[in-house]
Design a protein around this ligand. Structure first.
Ligand SMILES: *[C@@H]1O[C@H](CO)[C@@H](O)[C@H](O)[C@H]1NC(C)=O
Length: 211
């Protein structure tokens, strides 16, 4: 999760795949003000898309970004093909395929991922708790869903992110090539993981809480 530090130490958070979020109890980050106000008026689907680098490049960037769909280029006199790049990220449900759920292979695999950036109002902390669906009583829930990350068998590194329990999707890609890929994360009983209660191979939930 990217923490956006704003004036008066109000902490913001990046929220992936959840367009309702900001309308509930948070206001959108300054960073995205222009887009957000446009979105508010038109109530179109998503504010941005999850961007990143290829899963197939060992030196590529690991952090994901929430990218506005309308770019503003500045100096623009070169076209490069041997520099770091930013492209759209796709879902892959693979072995976790569960029809008619958030992990439905046919509905999500190869589709782009929308995102939005919210600023939690009057909050100083935002945490993502893996393996839980609920916040403790003194924290407010922003959203809950499933933990996602890149495939460890791929060349690139990745990070853990919490995707909303009702994922949204953007357009569909035709191949895996030159894409960052997010898959559901499962628990691994590796001797020091407390199993039980954790179960080997089962998809993990997550919740984002603020206070
Ligand atoms: C990954 O990179 C290798 C070359 O390093 C290439 O042969 C292969 O087609 C690539 N796979 C994908 C899915 O892009």
């Amino acid at each position: 999760m990217v923490i956006v530090l704003v004036f008066l130490v109000v902490l913001g958070q990046e929220v992936y795949g959840n367009k309702e979020q900001c309308e509930n109890h948070a206001v959108k980050a300054k960073l995205f003000d222009a887009i957000c106000s446009e979105i508010k008026q038109t109530r179109t689907k998503s504010e941005g898309f999850v961007g990143g680098a290829s899963h197939n490049d060992s030196g590529s960037q690991v952090n994901m970004l929430c990218v506005p769909t309308q770019p503003q280029y500045a100096i623009n006199n070169k076209k490069a093909d041997n520099h770091p790049w930013l492209g759209g990220t796709i879902y892959s449900m693979h072995q976790m395929d569960t029809p008619n759920t958030a992990l439905d292979q046919s509905k999500y695999t190869l589709y782009g991922i929308p995102c939005t950036v919210c600023r939690a109002r009057d909050k100083t902390s935002v945490i993502m708790i893996p393996g839980r669906k609920e916040c403790t009583s003194d924290w407010e829930k922003e959203y809950n869903g499933y933990l996602f990350g890149g495939n460890p068998k791929f060349k690139s590194g990745s990070e853990y992110v919490c995707i909303d329990e009702v994922p949204e999707r953007r357009k569909k890609a035709t191949s895996w090539s030159e894409k960052p890929i997010l898959k559901p994360v499962h628990s691994k009983c590796n001797e020091v993981m407390p199993c039980p209660p954790f179960i080997d191979g089962r998809v993990l939930t997550c919740v984002v809480c603020s206070k």
